[in-house]
Design a protein around this ligand. Sequence first.
Ligand code: FAD
Length: 476
Amino acid sequence: MTDLIDQLRAIVGAPHVLTEGDLTAYEQDWRKRERGKALAVVRPASAQQVADVVKACAAAGSSLVPQGGNTGLAVGGIPDASGTQVLLSLQRMNAVRDIDAANLTMTVEAGCILQTLQETAEKAGFLFPLSLAAEGSCTIGGNLATNAGGTQVVRYGNTRDLCLGLEVVTPQGEIWEGTSGLRKDNTGYDLRDLLIGSEGTLGVITAATMKLYPMPAAQLTAWAAVPSLDHAVTLLGLAHKHLGAGLTGFEVMGQFALSLVGKHMPQLRVPFLGEAAAPYCVLLENSDNESEDHARARFEALLETAFEDGCVTDAVVAENLTQAHQLWHIRESIPLAQAEEGLNIKHDISIAVSRIPAFVADTDALLQREIPGVRLVNFGHLGDGNLHYNVQAPAEGDAKAFLRDEEERVNTLVYDAVEKFGGSFSAEHGVGELKVHKLEKHKSPVALGMMRAIKRGLDPQNIMNPGRVLRLEEAS
Ligand code: FAD
């Protein structure tokens, strides 16, 4: 392996091949669930260097794990424990190559931090709408590789919907230049869409052409108390009707999730905290291309109807951008507050919006019956049918032991319920290593067979992030 390391040094420069020192930031996953050991961390600066690294690894029979900001939640971007894998960090490839104002596109390298994309777009007078709580450290390459969702999906779609083209290094070390920026291109199989969401198992994304949008004239945010999840779904329907394409965010939060924010971040003022008339709260965002007055009038009309229909019991509308940010900050603080409360079991699930209230009622009752004392932290992107349906250990007792003894059972109960309701066990976080066996259990065998055929066809040596997303051999 010293030969390979020498070759890697020759390709990217010795300072960018890390083999010793503290490599925790590269080797440990964001949630600190697992720690791997890399043969080396390699930090290329160009697509050509990535291609040369891939060729050298393929020749040496060493597999690669691409990594962006290492904020993924499915344990897909760290090396395994073998000490034989090369960790390919895209962080140095962070240039904005081009903004094409007439085409409404921006071409960026894969290691660009998401927040940099947003700020660069804004400086040029545009909106890049992908937004998620990890935006200060995740990269666009990682967003594409996981097809990340976030808070604006209800209007703009997932990362896939925002991408017009990719530059990719194949498992053979060839460079596919596909950043054409075309909105129409029906010339056979869509390789871009195949690579998006493939979590580093089919190739390395080195650059992408992303869509830009006109900056809205006004953005208004409201926080509404709703008597039940059913009412939240009714409110969503009303919001679609009243705001049309102006509806850019629709998040739901259960009172227990909010109580954790109140407990661990007392400096944040959570509206309707602990109020019996507000078992759920909804955060709505309205973007308007005309004016703030127009936005406010539409928002008020919506809330008036919602009050009359009884699906909202109370509401506050942010007076300015600072207040709007404060409301979003509360929503985005839930995962952190949950972590402060202690170990928990996370589920990132997707169910048809219409079936969510029944799913939650059934599954809450099932879990509380099977595991008395269990605490349910329920929040998420209701507008997209995506819930973070998390399970916190009972307040009394050892949370570590709870996870050790009950995690598998909790997961089985939740994911079987998700399947019964026709949903998906992974809405936006991907499969990684964490959910490979869930894919084998819940994906249709026909779909799984096609996925394996694609993986074998594109990566016959199985060197790109092996064992993540799917195993090539049939489950025993
Ligand atoms: P990494 O973690 O480095 O990698 C993730 C996967 O992509 C790995 O399998 C890796 O091998 C692969 N990969 C990375 N870069 C490349 C590349 N250039 N080419 C090929 N493969 C690559 N996700 C959502 O969808 N919605 C949310 O609202 C959301 N909120 C989050 C909030 C927090 C606080 C955190 C920590 C995470 C959140 N996530 C969310 C998870 C989300 O998937 C990641 O934050 C992000 O998309 C991953 O980007 P990254 O650069 O950190 O990728």
